[in-house]
Design a protein around this ligand. Sequence first.
Ligand code: SF4
Length: 370
Amino acid sequence: MEDAIRLAGDILNSHLEEWRRAGGRIVGYTCVATPREIMDAAGILPYRIRALGKPERELADAYLSRFNCGFCRACLQLGLDGTYDFLDGLVENNGCDHLRGMFEDWQYAKDPAFFHYLRVPHTVSEEALEFFAEELELFREALGRHFQVDISDASLAEAMERSNRTREKLRELFSLREGERPALTGRQAMAVILLESSLPPAVFEDYLARFLEESERNEVRGYRARLLLAGSATDELALVGEIEDVGGLVVSDALCYGTRAFWNLPRLAGDPIHALAEAYLKHLLCPRMFDDYATRLDYVLRTARRARVDGAVLVHNKFCDLHGVENVRLRLDLEEAGIPVLVLEKEYGSGADLGRIRTRIQAFLERIGG
Ligand code: SF4
């Protein structure tokens, strides 16, 4: 699994370079509300933009304010400094206002050949589902027009089946992580998720089969407590490594760069566009969805109980208003359910913050008797 962590630590990997050399297209997106199957059905590789905890911001700070989430600023920095020039286009959506700012500044400064704004409703209702289905239809048309490809219902259904097969295998792997004898660390699990959205699907399937085989034989030992990690956009392998280095094994998570990206998606049936609209909107476990806190709390509680955690760490990036507010309420509810909680506000990607985080994790482990 160590090679997975190394590979996941690169924005552009050798498999992507090979994909591009063979004439393949790559389109970037950030939010898990983006149905990747539509890009896959067009033969386009959907790449989930990440910043991997990179601390540089000076180019991005000319566009975004210092009161914007550091994750969005770091992604914008990589867009502006050319790191993401290998992308053939971008899909923006209204995950949160920080993300919108990031995409729109990126579009303004770099003028990508393909740029599409996919609007995602903030509520789940019949009207919202109908609206989202129309948005997905517009997305399919825009991709087809720009990349000169016909995205038929049949190719969409095939892509959805392929994607569900991968999700089922990911669930298998993550069940081994959550088991009584955890087979992989939280850092390794995050690396797998990062690879899933940055490799050609066939290449990732091979890796996943190998990870499953290795994990069936593996057992992580020597940890002090089993932890759940939840909160805002967290793609920082170093942060999870820091938690685990002091003995807190992250046996499960409720992160969008984690289980939230694949755990709940149901079998898809019927008209593919409507099925995608329903699957993505109904399972968007993010505080950007209004009136849906009960579903999110239920998800976190079920995950924590299934993984038999000793405590939960709720992280949020500084200035992430959505998760900053959510974590206050979540903390109270988890503690009432008997799960000790540490709320950790952090400066995204700041190495300087890691020492403070380490101390707080150590104190938390002592508090919960680890
Ligand atoms: S971490 Fe918060 S501010 Fe940043 S993208 Fe996520 S929801 Fe938006």
